[in-house]
Design a protein around this ligand. Structure first.
Ligand SMILES: NC(=O)C1=CN([C@@H]2O[C@H](COP(=O)(O)OP(=O)(O)OC[C@H]3O[C@@H](n4cnc5c(N)ncnc54)[C@H](OP(=O)(O)O)[C@@H]3O)[C@@H](O)[C@H]2O)C=CC1
Ligand SMILES: CC(C)(CO)C(=O)C(=O)O
Length: 303
């Protein structure tokens, strides 16, 4: 049974899931766990989630006991710190899931806390944006969850039962690696393009524009790379993800562009920064990702 959930990362996704859990199971069943500095900074903050004022339980990481479920919802640059922050939340029976984008967070968390307690997760279909204390979204999306190995099956069943109880939108994936790579392809395309071209979903989807062509080229480079890595991504996957993008608010912007607007370091190392060296090992040319990487690094250097 999952009774107590700790969330590391009080950003767009962390708030989305805390709100869902607190509404379904009560405010005591979920808390944001953070270092003392953040705790002192954020304690008592009133958030506005789609127009409604909300407060959430917050705890300092030194004072917590193990949770049944830990949700990791930080940006890539915050992951190393989050691994330390969550130390006291992880006990013998704790399950961990990462809603982070990319194909690396599960491996990094698993190396520290054990792969058997990790449930591979892809958060998709949402257009959540957070600026200051305001969270807005028109689509809540869903969590795609699955097991890479038999040793994860028992925890996967626990998480699925919990999601049923709290009415969390989710789908059990038979091939979670395929899903992780599919979402990675989307983010390499749309997140980086919106950041580099300073645009939104509407701008990235405008057919015939340079932004749209760059986005599609970057996604196709991920298809080639995935195939070289033994993951059978195809144009059908690309079409499926572009169709999901079309359901989002055209004025909305991906998490990476939100970093750009707020002049924060982005997750480019988790996207093109991962694609480029991996492609080099396979001898696959990735000009669109190289272009996006350079452009985004220049933008970050100008802050
Ligand atoms: N936004 C979206 O719609 C989607 C996002 N994702 C992915 O989910 C992940 C999270 O994204 P998002 O929610 O947008 O990120 P945000 O930038 O909105 O939030 C990240 C939060 O993590 C906090 N944080 C960083 N380090 C720590 C730490 N050591 N302990 C506690 N809190 C910490 C930050 O605090 P502070 O600000 O104080 O540094 C911030 O509140 C990313 O990998 C993103 O790519 C996936 C699907 C959709
Ligand atoms: C797909 C997208 C763009 C929105 O769900 C996302 O994953 C993000 O904002 O990081």
């Amino acid at each position: 049974m999952i009774e107590k959930t700790a969330i590391i990362g009080m950003g767009a996704l962390g708030l989305l899931y805390a709100d869902q859990i607190a509404s379904a199971k009560g405010p005591e069943s979920v808390s944001f766990v953070m270092d003392r500095e953040r705790y002192e900074k954020y304690e008592g903050t009133v958030f506005v989630c789609n127009g409604q004022e909300k407060t959430f339980r917050m705890e300092c990481c030194q004072d917590v006991s193990p949770a049944d479920l830990v949700i990791v919802a930080v940006k890539y640059n915050g992951l190393a710190g989050a691994l330390d922050t969550m130390k006291n939340c992880v006990g013998k029976d704790t399950v961990i899931l990462s809603v982070m984008n990319g194909i690396s967070s599960e491996k990094i968390i698993g190396e520290r806390y054990g792969h058997d307690r990790l449930i591979d997760t892809v958060a998709q279909g949402m257009d959540a944006m957070k600026f200051g204390n305001k969270l807005t979204y028109t689509k809540k999306g869903e969590l795609r969850i699955g097991a890479e190995d038999a040793c994860q099956q028992e925890n996967l069943a626990r998480v699925a039962a919990y999601f049923d109880e709290i009415q969390m939108p989710y789908t059990l994936e038979e091939d979670i690696l395929h899903r992780l790579w599919g979402k990675f392809m989307l983010n390499v395309g749309v997140n980086q393009t919106c950041m580099a071209y300073e645009t939104n979903y509407g701008g990235a989807l405008r057919e015939g524009s340079e932004a749209n062509e760059t986005m599609l080229a970057a996604m196709r480079e991920v298809i080639a790379l995935a195939n070289a890595e033994g993951i059978h991504l195809t144009e059908t996957d690309l079409d499926e993800y572009i169709a999901i993008l079309r359901t989002l608010s055209p004025e909305g912007m991906p998490s990476m562009r939100q970093d750009g607007v707020s002049r924060r370091p982005s997750e480019v190392e988790m996207f093109a920064g991962t694609v480029i060296p991996m492609a080099a090992r396979h001898g696959i040319p990735v000009p669109a990702n190289t272009f996006l990487y350079d452009k985004i690094k220049k933008i970050e250097a100008s802050y």
